[in-house]
Design a protein around this ligand. Structure first.
Ligand code: HEC
Length: 113
């Protein structure tokens, strides 16, 4: 029984390591696809006020948004002519890595309490 609990525990740990994403790989991917061309310097200064700031945003939220763009129109999807094109080359692991990288950046967003 003890062994089984340990196996479950370590299994869950390695799964969460995958879900958390690889920051260094995410940085390389964001550079490769030039996401900053629109989302701006440090992902904090988008080139247009209608474009979202990504730095410091929750990783699970960002990953979910990217997956939704890839799904496109329909249930659980996001239909946006710009972002739909951006996410096409990205795998699920790529999206998790990019989300982890963006989350790791200092945010210019303010929490009002
Ligand atoms: C040509 C400009 C452009 C490029 C390049 C671009 N984006 Fe976007 N991105 C946008 C716009 C515009 C939106 C808002 C779309 C909407 O209203 O749904 C957006 C939205 C997003 C969102 C959703 C944020 C939120 O809070 O809902 C994420 C995440 C995102 N982009 C990540 C990326 C990543 C990662 C890349 C590179 C692979 C990238 N973007 C490249 C213009 C761009």
């Amino acid at each position: 029984m003890k062994k089984m609990i340990a196996a479950l525990f370590f299994g869950a740990m390695s799964m969460s390591a995958v879900a958390a994403g690889n920051v260094a790989n995410g940085e390389a991917l964001a550079k490769k696809y030039n996401c900053a061309a629109c989302h701006g310097a440090d992902y904090n200064k988008p080139i247009d006020p209608s474009y979202p700031k990504l730095a410091g945003q929750h990783a699970d939220y960002l990953k979910q948004a990217l997956v939704a763009y890839k799904r496109g129109a329909g249930p659980h999807g996001r239909n946006n002519p710009i972002m739909t094109g951006q996410v096409q080359p990205l795998s699920n692991a790529d999206m998790a890595d990019i989300a982890a990288y963006l989350h790791s950046l200092p945010s210019g967003l303010v929490l009002k309490r």
